[in-house]
Design a protein around this ligand. Structure first.
Ligand code: FE
Length: 212
């Protein structure tokens, strides 16, 4: 208590001194040489030091043979008559310094429910733009699996992201729980999405980080 009163007194004294003079004054009471300056302000009152935000970029993943340029600009890839489990997939796009990246183009392509790509047209292909906060959302279906050699690839969605000032990212997203995730020669565990099902719609999220 005695110490608190002393610190409070010194703090008030300093405030008055600064308000009255704005600088040193020879009329101020001499500071007790045994009282370090740092005790005038409690450490609890100091603003916290903010660490710089740094995150790793999203892992790259192979492009595969079915990418096709010129996909229409849209975020809804599914039509009412398409078979397949409905999927709402969304997230954010940011830099490795945690800054949102708006206006980026996310090019998406995937297989239909039967595991086939449309190489003649643009079914289940689309390019969408992130908003000012880096947010994006896609409405589609859970892709069907297809054979790669003698085994199926797990369900996956191909992604290519282009943003001014950043390196191009080509990757794929996978679904947790797919029995073909284990042993797939291309999968990266960091690209596996958790997901939930609400009202028969699968919902998943992925937050991309672009390399500088
Ligand atoms: Fe594929």
């Amino acid at each position: 208590m005695r110490d608190l009163n002393r610190r409070t007194f010194l703090g008030i004294g300093s405030t008055l001194l600064l308000a009255a003079c704005g600088s040193r004054s020879s009329t101020a009471a001499p500071r007790d040489a045994a009282t370090p300056t740092k005790h005038i302000v409690d450490e609890d009152d100091m603003p916290p030091v903010r660490a710089a935000c740094v995150v790793d970029p999203t892992a790259k993943n192979i492009e595969g043979p079915f990418y096709k340029k010129g996909a229409p600009h849209r975020s809804v890839l599914v039509e009412a008559s398409d078979p397949g489990e409905r999927l709402i997939l969304g997230g954010t796009l940011q830099s490795t310094r945690c800054e949102p990246i708006g206006g980026a183009l996310i090019d998406v392509w995937q297989a239909n429910a039967a595991g086939a790509y449309d190489n003649d047209g643009y079914r289940f292909r689309g390019a969408l733009t992130t908003d000012a906060k880096g947010r994006w959302e896609l409405r589609s279906i859970v892709p069907g699996r297809y054979l790669n050699g003698d085994r199926y690839r797990p369900a996956h969605i191909h992604i290519k992201i282009k943003a001014a000032g950043f390196a191009l990212l080509t990757t794929q997203l996978y679904f947790a729980g797919d029995p073909y995730n284990d042993g797939d020669p291309f999968i990266d565990p960091s690209l596996i999405m958790q997901h939930s099902v609400e009202k028969e719609i699968r919902r998943a999220r992925f937050d991309f980080v672009l390399p500088a």
